[in-house]
Design a protein around this ligand. Structure first.
Ligand SMILES: [Zn+2]
Length: 315
């Protein structure tokens, strides 16, 4: 009798244990989804970055993307002196920092030229603390354009609209009598994130068909004498969602090459104006977030690490 009870108890314990293990496994799989485990990719990315000589800082001292707002505001809003202040902001959606590090090693390319002239810095998205903000497109650009994280700007995810209490750098330039321009093919910039600002200043916002269209729209804005020319190119992000975010995936790096060629054409156009009109251009190339596997929304280094390149020593 006692023996049978002990056996039953043992069976019960084993089956409870099995159920608990199964639950833990399913919970884990649900969280990981089809993506590879982030930690392995994070440590490989960290060693890739450590081996790239182009960086002004390290992952330990990476800069919050909100600080880029201060850099742009200093140049455009507190301007003094005779020279006309101009701003060229080239956003590379979904461009991995280590991929910019690879491009920085190609002589004659836009990234290596900016790195030599001003610098190349590591930054981060995703909120003041990891997990505070989803590493997706709308919250990330909004943090750069406003200087705040989502707890203030209220763009918690794609599809949310900017808080009426907060204004973007584009709006700040426009309201002070400057002429800003923002070209992009990702429509939610117009229909969601900056909807209120677009209603007030429709001439600032240029919704484009694709990256080719975005590039020509930005070139027209530079040639047309706009004070601040913003644009976001989707090459890298489209490739990331399609073939995966990795410096080891040729399709992803080919998209980075196309993004760099476009940036080069834009920088060249700004340099021509510097030479012709003696304008003082601040040029920035930056990414909004990275990616892991085929997506980005989590707290891994792969997803949260970004970069800033500039023709000036901005940090
Ligand atoms: Zn994005």
């Amino acid at each position: 009798m006692r023996h049978r009870t002990r056996k039953t108890a043992l069976y019960a314990a084993v089956s409870i244990g099995a159920v608990v293990l199964l639950a833990v496994a399913l919970y884990g799989l649900g969280h990981v989804g089809l993506q590879p485990p982030g930690a392995r990719y994070d440590s490989r990315m960290a060693s890739d970055i450590a081996a790239q000589p182009c960086w002004q800082n390290t992952l330990e001292t990476s800069i919050p993307q909100t600080e880029l707002y201060e850099v742009m505001a200093r140049h455009m809003l507190d301007s003094q002196g005779q020279q006309a202040r101009k701003l060229l902001f080239i956003g590379l959606d979904g461009a991995l920092a280590p991929a910019a590090g690879v491009l920085a090693q190609q002589p004659g390319g836009a990234i290596s030229e900016l790195a030599a002239q001003g610098g190349l810095w590591l930054g981060y998205t995703g909120g003041a603390n990891p997990g505070d903000q989803i590493t997706r497109t709308a919250p990330s650009w909004t943090s750069m354009f406003t200087g705040y994280w989502a707890d203030r700007h209220q763009v918690y995810d794609n599809g949310d609209t900017l808080s009426p209490e907060v204004r973007t750098i584009l709006y700040q330039i426009q309201v002070r009598g400057g002429q800003a321009s923002f070209s992009f093919s990702w429509k939610p910039h117009l229909t969601a994130s900056y909807r209120h600002e677009a209603e007030e200043y429709p001439s600032v916002f240029h919704h484009c068909e694709n990256d080719v269209d975005t590039l020509s729209s930005m070139l027209r804005a530079i040639a047309g004498g706009r004070d601040a020319v913003f644009g976001i190119l989707e090459h890298a992000d489209h490739a990331g969602h399609l073939v995966g975010y990795s410096t080891r995936i040729p399709g992803y790096m080919q998209a980075m090459d196309r993004a760099q060629a476009d940036a080069g054409a834009l920088i060249e156009a700004a340099r021509e104006r510097m030479a012709l009109h003696g304008e003082d251009w601040l040029i920035i190339v930056a990414s909004d977030h990275g990616g892991l596997g085929f997506d980005h929304r989590g707290t891994s280094l792969m997803e949260s690490t970004i970069f800033f390149a500039s023709n000036k020593a901005i940090f």
